[in-house]
Design a protein around this ligand. Structure first.
Ligand code: SAM
Ligand code: SF4
Ligand code: SF4
Length: 335
């Protein structure tokens, strides 16, 4: 059964945050001064177990969910994640994807993930220069992340690379990044710096727009427009004469709320219908207290069919009415 929200968007895609912890501290996501030893992370007992996640996914099968993305925090910090992937595929979900910072992706791990049903990997990389990398993420291991991109290309045949561009931080590296990966079977997705959470000191001056990135790339390469999937967050282009594709994720300057078909499940089992939400429906409580799957299905149907989220559209038109509410962090809800 397909369920539609108040803006006629159907529920097709779930992103699951497996942990709110990470071994990196990207300034736009988990600034190190805030996410330090005093920060209150979720306790192990508060995390959904793999069995609970699978029960939830089985319940969601009633709604014709097509795709699941595992994210975090850093999802590869969860031990034996391949068992979860295997279980998800067993429920009949068509596509399982993973977003990772690449720091823990060895060749053997990538093969194990693929053998257990993982369909694709997205790896985050924001700079090719050690000095800029250290500025963005003091713990980054640049050569390992680049290695992981090669490993994932080898094992999966195709990799998406997420690059968050921040004005005057790494906005001078767009050509270098495209040039480095142009001959590989990759999609380089340039993401506008977003105002997720309350800790990353976002402001509009720090955003480097997709339009500017497109213009920068076009000085050196020709780009051919490709057809975008109906609910894709990125607009896709082919780098003419090369293998690489380029994607632009323009949440700030060209919001795509109108086709947003996704929900998010936090590591502690709250179900959110928008990246910028401040409240979620408690799946963990229902699973642990009653394990009543019918109730879970009814509740999710109610949450989705009442959904009116379009934060990015309202932000752009300055009609945001929830600025006073505290937004949840990207590392918690899962990017
Ligand atoms: N740790 C994994 C990683 O970095 O790939 C998965 C989780 S991370 C939250 C998922 C994606 O969100 C990453 O590609 C990251 O670059 C992106 N991201 C995090 N904070 C962001 C922000 N403020 N604006 C835009 N993208 C952001
Ligand atoms: Fe960690 Fe990913 Fe956030 Fe960077 S973007 S701090 S790697 S969760
Ligand atoms: Fe979807 Fe919310 Fe992002 Fe809009 S702002 S695209 S509704 S997650």
């Amino acid at each position: 059964m397909v369920i539609n929200d108040k803006l006629k968007r159907s529920f097709e895609y779930l992103r699951i945050s497996l942990t709110d912890r990470c071994n990196y501290r990207c300034s736009y996501c988990m600034p190190k001064d805030i996410f330090n030893a005093d920060y209150k992370y979720l306790k192990k007992s508060e995390l959904l177990t793999f069995e609970e996640i699978l029960s939830f996914i089985k319940a969601l099968k009633a709604f014709d969910i097509k795709k699941i993305r595992l994210t975090g925090g850093e999802p590869l910090l969860r031990r034996n994640i391949e068992n979860l992937i295997n279980g998800i595929k067993d429920t009949g979900i068509n596509e399982v994807a993973l977003t990772t910072n690449g720091s823990l992706l060895s060749f053997n791990k990538a093969k194990l993930l693929k053998q257990n049903g993982l369909d694709s990997v997205t790896i985050s990389l924001d700079s090719l220069r050690c000095s800029t990398n250290k500025k963005i993420n003091p713990y980054s291991n640049l050569s390992k992340v680049i290695d992981s991109i090669y490993i994932a290309t080898d094992v999966f045949g195709y990799v998406k690379i997420n690059v968050v561009i921040m004005n005057n931080v790494n906005s001078n590296e767009i050509f270098d990044i495209v040039d480095k990966f142009k001959n590989f079977n990759v999609e380089i997705r340039f993401i506008e710096f977003m105002d997720v959470g309350e800790t990353n000191e976002w402001n509009l001056d720090r955003v480097y727009s997709s339009e500017r990135i497109h213009r920068d790339i076009s000085k050196y390469f020709s780009l051919i427009k490709l057809t975008d999937d109906h609910s894709s967050t990125s607009t896709k282009w082919q780098l003419n004469g090369y293998n690489a594709k380029i994607g632009f994720i323009s949440s700030i300057t060209q919001p795509f709320c109108g086709s947003c078909n996704r929900a998010r499940l936090s590591a502690d089992g709250l179900f959110y219908t928008c990246l910028f939400a401040s409240q979620g429906y408690n799946v963990l409580d229902t699973l642990r207290k009653s394990s009543d799957i019918n109730k879970l299905q009814n509740d999710i149907e109610n949450v989705w069919t009442r959904r009116i989220d379009q934060y990015s559209v309202l932000r752009k038109s300055s009609r945001q009415d929830n600025e006073h509410k505290s937004k949840i962090e990207m590392s918690y809800i899962g990017g």
